[in-house]
Design a protein around this ligand. Structure first.
Ligand code: B12
Length: 165
């Protein structure tokens, strides 16, 4: 799984780069569940680096952190581009602001965003990863995989999850 912190808010790159603490905690929980995780911080790296990572790592799932509303347009654009480049890649968003505008994100994603995680991500993110490892035919028609009961019936379309399974 590739976890990504979006770019710095307008002009703040001049004086501020935040450690992506929430994303690091989510990464640790997925790693503890035995999966390979990479972290990319777009406060430092660029959109070209993101594309290069998609091409070389070819993640089964991508998770963006959205603590700040101002990052919404950028993340929606990345979701669409990711689905174009890797159609089977499971794309999810977490963080404060993502939690507040889950419905709007799914709507503006036009199908490119598979899931918005509301609230804390340490418990639910590994379940999402397991869900993303199921072949895409089961994404659209099958039931939820064993061990991922937190995930609602995927046949009901885009999903957003409660904080706790
Ligand atoms: C500490 C903090 C800061 C620190 C930054 C620390 C850091 N390293 O990020 C400082 C003081 C620098 C800061 C600055 C600002 N902040 Co601030 N900050 C916070 C605060 C209090 C805590 C954030 C935090 O570290 N939480 C702890 C970590 C562990 O949790 P987390 O990041 O939320 O991650 C968890 C979940 O969100 C989720 N999750 C997160 N990402 C992902 C990704 C995936 C894939 C998944 C599944 C889950 C997931 O799982 C994580 C683990 O449980 C929050 C409010 C709050 N109570 O949380 C405001 C908050 C995020 N800040 C806010 C604001 C407005 C700002 C400023 C714009 C203020 C200003 N006017 O300058 C600046 C902008 C900074 C910037 N980006 O350029 C707002 C954002 C509002 C919005 N809608 O956009 C918040 C929500 C406060 C508020 N209620 O107004 N901030």
């Amino acid at each position: 799984m590739l976890l990504v912190h979006p770019s710095a808010l307008m002009y703040s790159e001049l004086y501020l780069r935040l450690e992506p603490i929430g994303l690091e905690r989510v990464a640790a929980s997925i790693r503890a569940a035995g999966h390979e995780v990479r972290l990319l911080d777009l406060q430092i790296f660029t959109a070209a680096d993101y594309r290069a990572e998609l091409a070389s790592f070819r993640p089964q799932a991508v998770g963006f952190s959205m603590n700040y509303l101002a990052n919404a347009p950028e993340i929606i654009d990345f979701a669409k581009e990711t689905k174009r480049l890797l159609p089977d890649c499971f794309f999810m968003i977490g963080g404060h602001s993502g939690s507040f505008i889950a419905d709007e994100l799914l709507e503006h994603g036009h199908g490119a965003i598979d899931c918005v995680v509301r609230g804390e991500g340490e418990v639910i993110a590994p379940a999402c990863w397991r869900r993303s490892a199921i072949p895409s035919s089961r994404h659209s028609r099958g039931g939820d995989p064993p061990g991922a009961r937190a995930l609602p019936d995927s046949s009901r379309g885009p999903r957003h999850l409660s904080p706790r399974p």
